[in-house]
Design a binder for this molecule. Structure first.
Ligand code: SF4
Ligand code: SF4
Length: 405
């Protein structure tokens, strides 16, 4: 498509990147067919092609309005459109820039400002989030049923492995997951240990929450803090930085882009992005004959998070590994569609989010599975809040077969 971005925009590196992305789009509209929000709302401005056009208008100097902001807010950043696009349009980086520019022009209503400030300040900080969660868990027995389902119960966690191994991998510390579902990190650590790999847990929030709430500078700060925490281990030979939350994994793989203009961190960020792996990529490369999941034979419906299948291009990989290790995988209709969790989307866009969740659960429960498995904490909690079937992270299926040494 032809563009005429303002000189103020085109004179910046980010503006030139946006221009390149816009010019790649041929406006064919193939992407609208696989966009969850377009399917629900049927409005061109709630599909990728329409959003690209809205961003183009803003970058060409047309003032952004509350309507522009609303249509961009409704985007899940699921990247299903990127998977479909025949021209390889880098939609998500254009959206990030578009949202940032719109945010500078349009003042949000006070309620939204308050909500986004709370989310930015509580979710990435375990010291603030964990006490709130513990209070919710303590009050859980007296909470109304609807809210009760949103508060996960405290689970018994198996011991963290103590053995040392010559091979080491970094497990990011994360933000909400260790408080909400500590069994996921423990299972990952125990599986790695069983494979002869020592897990080193360090670092904090990957920055994704801030990034998707248009607080890009804060996201960059989280990335720098993580790089500082991981760098000594990388220099000492850690083989990989392993994510068991696909939403974090996709962010880590984008660190090179996030910090490309920071002279102190650009090279290190590239190295971190290069070393980042989802846990499925690690397990695929290992001999798994020592892993004998006690629940093998169970009938599993797998929900592939968008950040795994579209963001990291790892569609079908977990399913293949689960089949190979003895699970029965059930077919899931419209597996490419988002479940509506999408970071903080379930809080900022509850109506759309719940519609998508309910559609997803109908598809996942169709074959009457024993377990719904997934690969991202956000999807897990979102689905579990309305599911009749137990929802688990797939890596925890393997922990059940490990005996402590
Ligand atoms: S499919 Fe790609 S090229 Fe076609 S409209 Fe969508 S983003 Fe543009
Ligand atoms: S990222 Fe997802 S919701 Fe957003 S435009 Fe693309 S397909 Fe639609």
């Amino acid at each position: 498509m032809q563009t005429q971005l303002t000189s103020e925009i085109i004179d910046t590196a980010a503006g030139r990147e946006a221009d390149r992305i816009l010019r790649n789009c041929v406006h064919c509209g193939f992407c609208t067919a696989t966009c969850p929000t377009y399917q629900l709302l049927g409005d061109e401005r709630d599909g990728p092609r329409g959003r690209i056009y809205l961003i183009k208008q803003v970058l060409e100097g047309h003032p952004a309005t509350r309507h522009t902001q609303t249509h961009l807010d409704r985007c899940l950043t699921c990247r299903s459109c990127e998977t479909t696009c025949p021209s390889g349009v880098d939609y998500v980086h254009l959206l990030d820039y578009g949202r940032y520019k719109v945010e500078q022009q349009v003042r949000r209503p006070w309620l939204q400002r308050w909500q986004r400030t709370l989310l930015r300040n509580f979710l990435p900080e375990p010291t603030r989030f964990k006490p709130l969660l513990r209070l919710g868990q303590w009050l859980r027995p007296v909470l109304p049923a609807k809210i009760k389902k949103q508060v996960p119960v405290v689970v018994r966690v198996l011991p963290w492995p103590e053995r040392e191994h010559a091979r080491q991998m970094i497990l990011p510390g994360g933000c909400v997951q260790p408080s909400l579902a500590p069994e996921i990190d423990t299972a990952t650590a125990r599986v790695l240990d069983q494979l002869g790999i020592q897990p080193i847990q360090t670092g904090g929030c990957c920055g994704a929450v801030s990034h998707h709430l248009s607080a890009t500078e804060r996201a960059r700060d989280y990335a720098r803090l993580n790089i500082d925490a991981w760098w000594p281990y990388i220099e000492a030979g850690a083989e990989a930085i392993v994510s068991n939350a696909s939403g974090c994994g996709v962010m880590l793989k984008d660190y090179a882009h996030l910090l490309h203009d920071d002279p102190a961190y650009a090279t290190k960020a590239e190295r971190v992005a290069h070393l980042s792996r989802d846990i499925i990529e690690v397990l695929e490369a290992e001999d798994l004959s020592n892993l004998n999941p006690a629940t093998a034979g169970s009938r599993i419906s797998f929900h592939a998070p968008c950040t795994l299948q579209h963001g990291q291009g790892l569609a079908g990989r977990v399913e293949a590994l689960l089949r190979r290790t003895g699970f029965e995988l059930l077919p899931v209709q419209n597996a490419h569609l988002c479940c509506g969790s999408a970071g903080t989307y379930s809080i900022t866009q509850p109506k759309l989010s719940q519609q998508l969740r309910d559609n997803k659960l109908t598809a996942l429960q169709q074959g009457s599975p024993d377990i719904i498995a997934t690969a991202n904490i956000g999807c897990l909690l979102h689905l579990a809040s309305a599911s009749d079937v137990n929802v688990k992270h797939w890596i925890t299926l393997f922990d059940s077969g490990i005996t402590d040494n």
